[in-house]
Each structure stands twice: as C-alpha cells, then as structure tokens.
Design a protein around this ligand. Structure first.
Ligand code: GLY
Length: 264
C-alpha cells in the first residue's frame, strides 16, 4: 500500500496443506508457494497469486480440496471454497459438485451482489461463468486431514485469503463446515489475513478467524494471536492457522502436524 510518502508494501505469501497432514504432503504446499510467489515477483496481484496457489493444492490428490477432497458419508464429493480481501470483498461456495477448482467459482462471487452460493445454485453460477462440469475424483482417506489455504499480500498492500476443502471425511451430504463462513474459516481486513484448518464445527462455534484478527487490533503480535487462537481449543481438537499481517512475513501454527510454507 502506498502511504503518504509513496512507500510500496513488500509482497509475501503463506500457504498450508491442512491440519493433520504429515511432512509427506509438504511438496504440494511448496509448489503452491513457489507459483504464488512467482506471480507476485512479476507484479501480479494478491488475488491472482492466492488463486494460483490454491488451484495447485486443489489439483494435488494428496490434499483435501478439489481432486483430493474427502468423500461424504454417502460416497459423494461436495466441495467448499472461499475468498476474502482486505478491501472487504467476500465470495464463497459450499457443497458444490462436478467442479475441479471450486476456488475459481468462489472468486467470481467477489464481484457479485450475492456472496455465498450453495449446492446446485453454486453449480449453476459456475455454468453461467463458463466453468465446465466434470467428474472430480475425491479421496476416501481418513478424517483428520483437512483443507488448503493461502494468504497473500501484494505490493499495493492488498491482502487476500483463499481457502478450499472437501470437508472432513464421512460428513453428511449438505453439511457446511467453517471454510465458506467469513469470520470462522477465514478473515481478511486491512491489518491481517487469516485462514483456519481443523474441525469445521469447532472453528465455526469459536469464530476463530475474526476473533484472532480483533485480538491483533488490540496490540498483540501475530504469533501471540495465533497461539491464543489455538489455545481456545482442547488439545484433542486438531486446529491450525496461517496468517499474514500488513507488514510481517506469513506464519503458520497448529496444535498438530500441518505442512505450511511462506516467502517474502
Ligand atoms: N475445516 C474444514 C471443514 O471442517 O470442513
């Protein structure tokens, strides 16, 4: 963001591959950061960078989003995704089917009057913007492996958060977790962008992302506020966050294993 003396913000990116994932899933996260960082280095926007990063993780069958999305209890695949910007824009879709990259549908809602679409309505919206219907292969891997996310700041100072998930394994069809809910699975304002990962019901009840942002506003550091967010949960509830403030480098913290990476 250019201030009154024309300072330019330093670009930065942080991505995660989901609470509960082990180090073997780190390569997909590293590839996402590299792609997003390359876009920032060539002057691209935080939105373009965040979307490119999340698309790479959605296409990675090891990660729980897009192609690797975890199956519902009836064996179907229903995907959620959301994007929020520090300009106050939000777009999300939930329980969408036949969509390889749900994050690209959610991003289109940033420019619409409606900001969340579900199920067949989300898919019809995707049709209307030319995103083809295709069968997407989900994963029956066990629960506890969750969600992908990216938080990016570009040289204009814009911060963007993008998250995508298949939800937790074996949830009922129609279940909505934290990912498409602003304040719960993600938050972004001019001070900080945050993406959460973990059991969606627990994160939603605590409205974790917006509460962490508010705590940052009362003068705490980024690592302190993420630790505070994690400490709101009992140890047996796996949870993690990535965050990027208006000046700092991005960081990730979790009470379990969680592949994450950052640049800038
Ligand atoms: N955190 C993703 C979900 O619970 O759906």
């Amino acid at each position: 963001m250019k201030d009154s003396i024309g300072t330019i913000s330093s670009p930065a990116i942080v991505c995660h591959g989901g609470a509960g994932h082990s180090a073997k899933d780190q390569p997909g996260v590293d590839a996402a950061v590299e792609a997003g960082w390359g876009i920032l280095q060539s002057g691209g926007t935080a939105l373009d960078s965040a979307l490119a990063s999340v698309v790479i993780m959605e296409d990675d069958p090891a990660l729980n989003a897009g192609t690797g999305g975890r199956l519902r209890s009836d064996g179907s695949l229903h995907l959620d995704a959301a994007v929020m910007t520090s300009e106050g824009k939000f777009g999300a879709i939930t329980c969408i089917q036949q969509t390889k990259n749900p994050i690209l549908v959610a991003a289109k809602l940033l420019h619409e009057k409606v900001n969340i679409l579900a199920g067949s309505g989300a898919r019809k919206f995707a049709d209307s913007i030319g995103i083809i219907r295709e069968d997407v292969e989900g994963s029956a891997k066990p629960t506890g492996n969750d969600t992908v996310g990216a938080v990016v700041r570009d040289e204009s100072g814009l911060i963007v958060v993008a998250t995508s998930t298949g939800g937790c394994t074996s949830m009922p069809t129609g279940r909505i977790g934290d990912v498409p809910l602003p304040g719960a699975g993600l938050w972004c304002d001019e001070r900080i962008g945050i993406a959460a990962t973990g059991i969606g019901e627990q994160i939603t009840l605590k409205m974790s992302s917006v509460r962490i942002a508010d705590r940052m506003a009362s003068g705490h550091g980024i690592e302190d506020v993420l630790n505070w967010g994690i400490n709101q949960f009992p140890a047996d509830v796996e949870v993690g966050f990535i965050a990027l403030a208006s000046e700092d480098s991005g960081i990730g913290l979790a009470n379990t294993k969680m592949p994450w990476a950052s640049k800038g």
